[in-house]
Design a protein. Sequence first.
Length: 433
Amino acid sequence: MDSDLTQIEAARKHIITAEMQTVARDEHRDPQWICDSVALGRIVIPANHNHTNLHAHGVGEGLSTKINVNLGVSGDQHNYANEMKKVELADNMHADAIMDLSNCGKTSRFRTSLVQTSPAMIGTVPMYDAIGYLEKPLEDISADDFLDVVRKHAEDGVDFVTIHAGITRAVIDTWLKEKRTLNIVSRGGSLIFAWMKITGNENPFYEHFDELCEILRKYDITISLGDAMRPGCIDDATDQAQISELVQLGELVTRAQENGVQAMVEGPGHVPIDQIEANIKVEKTLCHHAPFYVLGPLVTDVAPGYDHITAAIGGAIAATAGADFLCYVTPSEHLRLPDAQDVRDGIAATQLAAHAADLAKHVPGAKEWDHKMAVARSQFDWDRMFELAIDGDKARSMLEAAPPQEEGTCTMCGQMCAVKTVNETLKRMGLTV
Ligand code: SF4
């Protein structure tokens, strides 16, 4: 956007920005309705002024469910070329957002390449980068230092940042009093907790929230209010620690918006199916209908190796109940840094969860996609089917790996292909197929 207004500030002045126009076009919605929803904080359009090749996306009520892909290097696996190949894969599979979760050494090289090459919304968790960027042990880092790291990410062009500002002293007291099976599983949350306990200080992002907003406002970065107390296992789902942090996040949504900063809220985590809808409703109520970005939710703890499926089940239910943004989970969750195949499987599983929810919510354009696939199937138009498929390359390779005897069919039913039988019968009857 040319102006120095943020999207929410522009919307409050009834200005329809170029980004709002793009979202309206992609979502088959009226630009005025998008503008009104941004003004209310029900839709966010993360779009850093410095991310010049961004294709703007809207996240929030009434829009298609968006998906995020986590990438980035770790201390054990730091091959930047591999990560950039995964970026290419995510962009080719039309991921809406990519979060750089690099957590070792100097991370700006990957982050800036990501911003320069990808049209997806780019997110980071500046807290992961603090020790590497500042080259100091955790105990020597000051609140100002933390803000400097956020400033650096802002200048580099990221569109949204996860900030764990809701884990306050009061929330920690609630957690320690009530006890948990798996305590804190949020990486950023665990670092903030450790820093607070070492220094004796309040959460620096909570205490200096207005200064933080000043940095975010300048670049129009959306704050993604992180859930440090998200349940990391079914035992801890929807407990007092999680809900007390959510109450703080609701307060911070309002403060961010008052500062001209767009806000969304992150959510669980590991949640059994029967609690998912309630989690979404409570978040929407406590956080004034800010967009909800869920990390799963994983509906059981017992499926390492298959957690993309565990999360897709939870994600479909969450998005149907009103979650707006799904963070992908790969088969390697809890096990290792994902390889390219894990990334592909995670994206496909999350996209199908998002789309299944969009169908259930009657999101404009969702049903048309399925209709096109059904028409292609009825006409044995395999190329069109692969073009429409979430993972067309995988679908094509599976078909081609097992050629059928009967042309046009597949080896599932072969000569007994129901579609072929009915098409031929209808033709004999003089009816159009
Ligand atoms: S053979 Fe069976 S599975 Fe394959 S296209 Fe025909 S009906 Fe579908």
